[in-house]
Design a protein around this ligand. Structure first.
Ligand code: NAD
Length: 477
């Protein structure tokens, strides 16, 4: 059982007058963590204390900040196993996936430790007697508000990039994975100067109170509705909003594709982490020529997944994060069935403890169904049969989101059309997951704004100043 503490002004255990929240294991309902809830006053105090620590950290040599971040990565690696277990206990994902998320987080910290000091500004071609520069500067206080679905990897990205570029951070992890956030913050704080990192805990209200403060950046990874509320708060405060939000990623399966391989890809994309991945496959457009075989094979794969607690090494499908989320997922499935979708497999809430939900395949789906249009964030694969690649592209493009999309095709011209025409940040051809290191895209529409990853995140978290240095009285220095 974890007893989470806040970190305000360099002091662990500060505040928490807003009461306590409890987190239970979504596999069996056992208590996992108790977590203090910050009051609005504590949020304001944390931001004021962070503001006080900002000048010292901003003035630290970039190479030294990189060295601190390298040590921070080592400190996180040293507690990797504990972080993975906390992740699985709080949000349910299979332990090996949780280990992968922690390893990805450590890797990101190491990358930013190297890249941060190397990424400079520019010199400009001004008058010969002058020096003209574009200089990146830390923005100041960054509020990092993060989700539960890959809690270490996501937080390490935002925190690492913000810290190495000389910002101080007020970190608010999800109320569904607070002990994971607390363990991470403890490891980082052990090597950072006091006050450079603060930790606030609690739910949406705490996030909202933080986003409304006079911080310099609010970096949010989470749902689109929250991202929009944060953007509105930033309009009021003048803070920059950096948003990596929800998606409803399409998978297009073209004619001529091996249905066995296509079903493998679809199952991986739709059911990994029980569908709780921002770039999970959320809707499938399959060509009529192979639709029947594809659906049979996908339903077979869905039915064969071994469900169980994430800590069990044989588990392929863990529980959903909690029952509130399961109600949301099941509500979309039930509504689709009422509107004419057909259930091929799954779709029923199992008896017993926890928040389990079976891998579910729906056919006869229509574009306007909520399960197709909106983000489900569960192990649900709604299938729409199409008669042409053009039709698939058109329907895949009609979405309130624009995070990423996958196309399975053997046709180079179809691949090229997909890359050009899909209004999303990332297009993947012939692989639902994967891509080169350092890839960072602009999400479109309701999926967010700005670069939330990669080297470009370092630029997002700095402000550029132009400097013109002329010699006195037009003479010499
Ligand atoms: P969420 O937005 O509900 O919560 C994320 C964080 O925001 C939490 O810390 C929460 O307390 C806080 N929050 C909630 N309401 C707030 C408000 N009004 N003001 C300020 N903060 C508030 O999202 P979630 O349910 O934790 O995460 C799942 C979502 O995250 C999905 O939509 C998923 O697609 C998205 N996600 C996106 C990416 C990406 O890179 N695009 C990555 C991971 C997850």
């Amino acid at each position: 059982m974890y007893r989470v503490e806040q970190l305000i002004g360099g002091v662990w255990g500060a505040g928490g007058d807003g009461g306590d929240l409890a987190v239970t294991d979504p596999a069996d309902g056992r208590p996992v963590s108790t977590v203090p809830v910050a009051t609005a006053d504590e949020v304001a105090k944390a931001v004021a204390a962070a503001r006080g620590a900002a000048p010292g950290w901003a003035a630290t040599d970039p190479a030294q900040r990189g060295e601190v971040l390298r040590r921070a990565a080592d400190a996180v690696a040293a507690v990797a196993e504990e972080l993975a277990h906390a992740t699985t206990a709080e949000m349910g994902k299979p332990l090996d996936d949780a280990r992968g998320g922690v390893a990805a987080g450590v890797g990101t910290l190491r990358q930013y430790a190297e890249l941060g000091p190397l990424r400079g500004g520019r010199t400009l071609h001004g008058a010969r007697s002058a020096v003209d520069l574009m200089v990146p500067e830390p923005r100041g206080v960054v509020a990092a508000i993060t989700p539960w679905n890959d809690p270490v990897a996501v937080a390490c990205g935002l925190l690492g990039a913000a810290l190495v570029t000389g910002n101080v951070v007020v970190f608010k992890p999800s109320e569904r994975s607070p002990a994971t956030g607390w363990l991470l913050a403890r490891a980082l704080d052990g090597v950072l100067p006091p006050g450079v990192l603060s930790l606030l805990t609690g739910g949406a209200q705490v996030g909202a109170a933080l986003a409304a403060q006079e911080v310099d950046v609010v970096a949010h990874v989470g749902s689109t509705a929250t991202g929009r509320a944060i953007a509105a708060a930033c309009v009021g405060s003048g803070a920059k909003a950096l948003l990596e939000n929800g998606g409803s990623d399409p998978l297009i399966v073209d004619a001529g594709i091996d249905p066995v391989w296509a079903a493998e890809q679809a199952a991986l994309g739709a059911f990994a982490n029980a569908g709780q991945i921002c770039v999970a496959v959320e809707r499938i457009y399959v060509h009529r020529d192979l639709a029947e075989d594809f659906v049979d094979l996908l339903a077979e794969r869905a039915g064969a997944l071994r469900a169980g607690p994430g800590r069990d090494p044989d588990t392929e499908l863990g529980p959903l994060v909690d029952r509130r989320h399961r109600d949301h997922v099941h509500g979309q499935v039930t509504a689709a069935l009422a509107e004419g979708a057909r259930l091929r497999v799954g779709g029923t809430v199992p008896d017993g403890p926890g928040a389990f939900y079976p891998a579910t395949v729906l056919t006869d789906c229509a574009d306007e169904m909520v399960v197709v249009r909106e983000e489900t964030f569960g192990p649900v694969a709604p299938v729409v049969v199409v008669d042409s690649f053009s039709d698939a592209l058109k329907r895949a493009s009609r979405s309130p989101y624009g995070l990423s999309a996958t196309v399975l095709t053997g046709s180079m011209s179809h691949a090229q059309r997909a890359c050009r025409e899909l209004p999303v940040g990332t297009v993947k051809v012939n692989a639902v997951f994967g891509g080169a290191p350092g890839g960072a895209a602009h999400p479109r529409r309701g999926s967010g704004q700005g670069f939330g990853y990669g080297p470009e995140l370092l630029d997002e978290l700095t402000a550029t100043k132009v400097v013109h240095l002329a010699a006195p009285a037009g003479g010499h220095w």
